[in-house]
Design a protein around this ligand. Sequence first.
Ligand SMILES: [Fe+2]
Length: 387
Amino acid sequence: MWYFASPLIVFGDDALEHLNGIEGKRALVITDHNVVKLGFVERVGKELAKAGLEYHVFDEVEPDPSVQTIKRGAQVALDYQPDWLIGIGGGSVMDAAKAIRVLYARPDVEPNAINPSEILNLRQKAQLVAIPTTSGTGAEVTWMIVVTDVESQRKTGVASRETMADVAILDTSLVMGLPPRITADTGMDALTHAIEGYTSNWRSDFTDAPALIAIKRIFEYLPRAYNNGSDIEARRHMMYGATLASMSFGNAMAGLAHSMGHALGGLFHTPHGRAVGLFLPYTMEYLSEAAANLYSDIARFIGISGDSDLEATRALVAQVRQLSKSLNQPLSVHEAGIEKTAYDKALPGLVERAESEATTITVSRIPDSAELERIFRYAYEGKPVDF
Ligand SMILES: [Fe+2]
């Protein structure tokens, strides 16, 4: 038995107006200082006022939200007793909102101990709305949460299907001002989600369908959104494409580029999307024979031809590198600005971290430690994986 989970998705250039039709008494808006400064929280407040709801703002979420911040947010919720929680921001804010809802309904649960086998019964207490202000993380439709423990300096990925938002609002006007670098990083994250979702061992028809459309849209519209941020058509397709990509990987699991990207990000603080996008072509090369039938599906769907599955796969990998290049993304770890000596020294730790990721066991060829180390070395030099 398998499941495909998704919130209600509200989309459009005016989707935020959905909020003026919700029923309730009080809403807690969870966000960060930057989103407040952009005026988005004020817009949310106006819609809530039209719906007759009072609201309170918790704007203390930091990048990579900590256990401590989540607990503070939950305390604010416990004091205010909202019937709606509204997370508006990037992946960190939406993850924090998901975790705050867990603790609001279940103050006995530790944020980094959330797990899929425990029944939490969250929905009676409050409904959760997730509103992304970037196009890539997909946290608005996934049920995973990344929690950081400041004291032990460790990031933990926790998951329970119940943490998923009830409503995801995709309003194009919220992503129009994203700077090119963030557009590129988050866009490459979305592409990686879709390609890894499509090639995961846990894939299904339900995850294949959104992945293919997402990949097609991202190849077409990411360069446009990067080159001209006010191209509303490109922004709209990137926003929807990123959510579709996450509907795929969120239900099917991501893959090796995420394992390696998380490891790199953990030790060198490389932004998530830049790190996973960097490793994507190398991991595709490593998996090219084992998953040639799947990569070639993708290639043909986006109009790349090849005499054999393997040839189409290679052409797809070339297309991924070409896309990264057109966005001025680093094509190797060296280009990402990481010193060779520091990288060499960190290699055992990178391999150990990548190996312990759940996304390493859902791919069609599972690397051992020595192979992972080789992929890390090839990616440093920018050398295509040939083994
Ligand atoms: Fe990702």
